[in-house]
Design a protein around this ligand. Sequence first.
Ligand code: C5P
Length: 223
Amino acid sequence: LAPKDFRGKKVVVTAGGTREAIDPVRFLSNPSSGKMGYAIAEAAYLRGAEVVLVSAPTHLKASQGIRVIPVISAQQMYEAVLSEVEDADVVIKAAAVADYTPVKVAEHKIKKGEGNLTIELTRTPDILAELGKRKKVGQILVGFAAETQNLLENAKSKLERKNADLIIANDVSIKGSGFGVDTNKVTILSRNGKEILPMMSKKELAHRILDRVLNFMNDFTAK
Ligand code: C5P
């Protein structure tokens, strides 16, 4: 039985890959399955937290006691997360959020022609960075860094740039790590250093991440 060490805590988790509409029948997205985010939400719920799961489209189903807010686009995820963050103790951003979205959505299905097609893209809001700016004392912010090169340098700069407390760095080019699969191989970075973890199930990793979050919370209450 899991210890109820998150009782009384509100944990907001994001999961899945956002979809950015091009026209009524097409979108830009990524292969995120949502498994990591859902595993974190379930683990936090088992450990007694009030869990809000802001979920981009996935094939997964959350437990009854988890409050799910379904979203599709990065902009919708931004709005949903910001509406829940005020009284959150922990925010864990496991979602693969699109960095760019089409400038305009075609009203009708785009017909193919002879030449190339150009779609102009614009930046989406960086949700994690925005949360970092608004972070309250005692609030813990966890981000992910899915990289295919310079993993640790990129993750470290993300930690600082986005004012996060933990960054879970995963090399998505390693077999059995990252998108779609049930396992993950990550390094957890904080301002105090890094913890290199072996390959493990996303379920187990979810608990390891929560253990780290708990350490942070205890540090705050001890001060
Ligand atoms: O900058 P990058 O996308 O690699 O950062 C990854 C982290 O930032 C993830 O935790 C992801 O959920 C979050 N993110 C976000 N909003 C974006 C892009 C990424 O919250 N628009």
